[in-house]
Structure formats: structure tokens, C-alpha cells
Design a protein around this ligand. Structure first.
Ligand code: FDA
Length: 394
């Protein structure tokens, strides 16, 4: 005789646990299955170990999806404040770091403990080390799940197994295979929030800059992010690059503006007036890290005293620093990507419940759905919100 539940959730990540809590609170019998040895492994490593668990400003504009309106309902029905109330109920200390990003003061493990405590209180059964072998609809309703631990049955089945990012941590792309099994459309998946790589020639020229960080605006078409830029041994990283990487496509160019709040031409002109005998490189090093100043001054072939540089040359130098076209050769891929773009096409899901419109009792939530947030706590907010509303309906 198979174990029988009202709701089975596949994946004990952020979305799956949230869904299980809500369904359990409603009096549903719930089991969460995961092949991993511990729940919430991505929560544990998130935000540098402190989990950027939400963003107080999260709204639909902070998400990428083929249907930009799809996330509205979930985000409105379970807000950052709702999650924060849960965090505070559990006495977890938190702080706002920057740009509305909320982090734990102590450890991401506090969030995992909160979720597992809530699951326990809601009577949810957590089954770890469980491989999913097959899923079959039962004639007349419900689902049979063959697992390494025997067969289970449920009226509602919630797929919350995440995306493809960081395969080393157990990411499998399993949800997409289940979607295909049920004939559901997928939006092509791509690594998102990922460092960008450069071709060997450019990389060689930029090698001396590895390790340098600077304030920057990175632009791709009409989209731009102002945050830190980091030069690495493989290419470009830092929050500004991770953000733009979700919009970038192979072959596209991005435009880098370093220290975008400073008018570099005016600053150089003023420096020339004040001290004509210093070099342009020295004047630029008042604004940029020294090695970066050297890179741009040498790159533009500008040497000698500032007094000898006409406006045109200073403008040229300013443009090199603030309108720098870069054509990345690729990205670091799923190995380091924080999220997976694309996924289960929202066209087949009900935005109020995350249930498949044409298949009663089957739900997809969290990262496996074609809703992807910016860097900064947005992806967890989507996981909590989509999990919560599915838990209300499953
Ligand atoms: P998630 O991946 O969390 O959970 C899926 C679960 O399903 C896992 O427990 C997995 O073991 C299980 N599973 C997968 N395949 C299975 C199978 N075949 N059988 C059984 N179980 C299976 N976001 C944010 O908002 N703030 C942040 O600070 C960070 N930081 C961060 C750092 C790093 C390094 C990464 C990689 C990602 C982040 N993120 C983030 C993104 C965030 O972690 C991500 O969006 C959510 O964890 C997605 O939640 P899900 O529950 O959808 O999937």
C-alpha cells in the first residue's frame, strides 16, 4: 500500500518548504521529498552565508519573464513584509544592507531552521535522501510517485525542484523533464546572474586589473544597473555584471561606465588647471584605482603633462572610461550562475495558484518557473510568494 498524502511537494528548497508550510497549516497532510541530505542547501550558501532573504522593494519590475505581468498576483498576495513578519516571529535578527536587501545578522541557517520549525509545527513530513523515479497520474485524479523509498500517492503534486544552476549542489533540471512529460511548454533556459567571460586577447590586456573593483554603470540596450564592477581572472563580475548578465545574449555588446556619478572630463579639466605638470594618469588615479587609471591612460596613448593635453584628448580619455564597449565572449555558465532564466512557461500556469491550467492538482513553483528576479533578495521573494500561494490552493 502506497503512502498517501493530500499534497506531495518535490524539492525541499525555499519554494517547496514555504508551500508545504502553508498547505500543512490548512490541515492538509503534506510530505516534502528531496534527494539531498539536508533541506534548503541553497539558502545555506546564499548571500555569502547570511541569506539575502527578501528585498523590501520587490515588485514585478524586478523580474524577467516572457510574461512580465505573471508574477504580479503572487508578489501582491505574499509580500516582503509578510516574510519579514515570519522572520521576526522567530526572533531572527536582520538588517538592510543596501537597496532594500534584507540579510540575517547571524547566519542563513536561521532561515532554514525557521522553515523546518514551521514545517514541523504544520505537521509536514520531510523525506530526505529520496530519489524520484517516476511520476504517473492516477486515473480519476491524483498522482503516484515512485521513489527510492517506495511508492507514494497524493491528490496534489507540487514541483519545486529549482533550476539548473550549481549542479554541484544537486541542481538537476528535473522540473523541466516533468513539464515535458506532461506536455507543457518551456521557455528556453539560460544561466542568469552569472559572471561574463572575455576573449583571450582582451583578457590578456585586462589581466593586470584582476581583483580591482569600481563603481560602475553597465548598460545593455535600454537596461542599466549601477553597482560594483569586479575584474577577475576570467572576465568581469560583481553585482553590476551579474545583473546585466540576465539581459545579455551571446554576441551582444555591453557598455561600461566606470564611476558614473563623476563627470570625468570636467574633473580632468579642473585638474589640468590646478596642476598642469601632473600626468593624466595621476589625475585619473584621483578618481579610479591606480591600475585602472594606468590601463585607460596607456590604452588611449595619453602620456606627458596634463598641460599638454587639449580638451579633445581629455574627452577621449573620459569616453574610454565611461563609454567603454565590451563584447563578452560568454558566461561562466550554470557552474556559477545564481539562477536559471526561462523554465516552465507561465502561459500554462494559473497566476493565482501556480497550478497547471489544464491539469488539476499539478503545480510548478519557484525557480523552475519562467520568472527570474534581479540580484538582491528578489529570487527568494519569488520562491516564498509562489510557494505560499500554491500552498493555499494545493
Ligand atoms: P532550490 O534550488 O532552492 O530548491 C530545489 C530543491 O529541489 C533542492 O533542495 C534540491 O536538492 C531538490 N531537487 C532538485 N532536483 C531534485 C530531484 N531530481 N529529486 C529530488 N529533489 C530534487 N536568491 C536571493 O534571493 N538571495 C540570495 O542571497 C541568493 N543567493 C544565492 C547564492 C547562490 C550561490 C546561489 C546559487 C543562488 C542564490 N540565490 C539567492 C538564488 C536562490 O537560491 C534561488 O532563487 C532559490 O533557492 C530558488 O528556490 P527553489 O525552491 O525554487 O529551488
Amino acid at each position: 500500500m502506497a503512502g498517501r498524502y493530500d499534497v506531495i511537494v518535490l524539492g525541499a528548497g525555499a519554494a517547496g518548504m514555504m508551500c508545504a508550510i502553508r498547505a500543512g497549516q490548512r490541515g492538509r497532510s503534506v510530505a516534502v521529498l528531496d534527494h539531498a541530505a539536508a533541506p534548503g542547501e541553497k539558502i545555506r550558501i546564499s548571500g555569502g552565508g547570511r541569506c539575502n532573504f527578501t528585498n523590501i522593494h520587490a515588485g514585478p519590475k524586478n523580474f524577467l519573464s516572457a510574461n512580465p505581468h505573471f508574477a504580479k498576483s503572487a508578489l501582491a498576495r505574499f509580500t516582503p513584509k509578510d516574510f519579514l513578519a515570519m522572520v521576526e516571529n522567530h526572533g531572527i535578527a536582520w538588517h538592510e544592507k543596501t537597496l532594500g536587501q534584507l540579510f540575517c545578522d547571524n547566519s542563513a541557517k536561521d532561515i532554514i531552521r525557521m522553515l523546518t520549525d514551521e514545517m514541523r509545527a504544520a505537521g509536514v513530513e520531510l523525506r530526505l535522501h529520496t530519489e524520484i523515479v517516476a511520476i504517473d497520474p492516477i486515473a480519476g485524479g491524483g498522482y503516484r510517485i515512485a521513489t527510492s523509498d517506495g511508492a507514494l500517492e497524493a491528490t496534489s503534486l507540487v514541483i519545486a525542484t529549482g533550476g539548473k544552476s550549481i549542479p554541484k549542489m544537486g541542481a538537476t533540471g528535473f522540473a523541466y523533464r516533468i513539464a515535458e512529460q506532461f506536455g507543457l511548454p518551456l521557455v528556453e533556459t539560460r544561466p542568469g546572474l552569472v559572471p561574463l567571460t572575455l576573449d583571450p586577447q582582451l583578457l590578456q590586456r585586462l589581466a593586470p586589473l584582476a581583483g580591482i573593483a569600481a563603481a560602475a554603470e553597465i548598460r545593455h540596450g535600454k537596461t542599466a544597473f549601477r553597482e560594483a564592477l569586479l575584474f577577475t581572472h576570467r572576465g568581469l563580475s560583481g553585482p553590476a555584471i551579474l545583473q546585466i548578465s540576465s539581459y545579455w545574449r551571446e554576441g551582444d555588446e555591453i557598455t561600461v561606465a566606470i564611476e558614473p556619478d563623476i563627470d570625468i572630463f570636467i574633473t580632468l579639466k579642473t585638474a589640468r588647471q590646478a596642476n598642469g605638470r601632473q600626468s593624466a594618469q595621476t589625475a585619473l588615479a584621483e578618481i579610479l584605482p591606480k591600475r585602472l587609471a594606468q590601463h585607460f591612460a596607456e590604452g588611449e596613448g595619453i602620456s606627458g603633462n596634463m598641460a599638454d593635453q587639449p580638451d579633445r584628448r581629455l574627452q577621449q580619455l573620459a569616453a574610454a572610461v565611461q563609454a567603454w564597449p565590451v563584447k563578452p565572449s560568454g558566461s561562466e555558465g550554470y557552474r556559477t550562475a545564481e539562477v536559471t532564466l526561462g523554465g516552465v512557461d507561465t502561459a500554462c500556469l494559473d497566476s493565482k495558484t501556480l497550478q497547471v491550467k489544464t491539469i488539476p492538482g499539478l503545480f510548478f513553483i519557484g525557480e523552475c518557473v519562467d520568472v527570474t528576479g534581479w540580484l538582491g533578495g528578489y529570487n527568494f521573494q519569488w520562491a516564498w510568494a509562489s510557494g505560499h500561494i500554491a500552498g493555499e490552493a494545493a
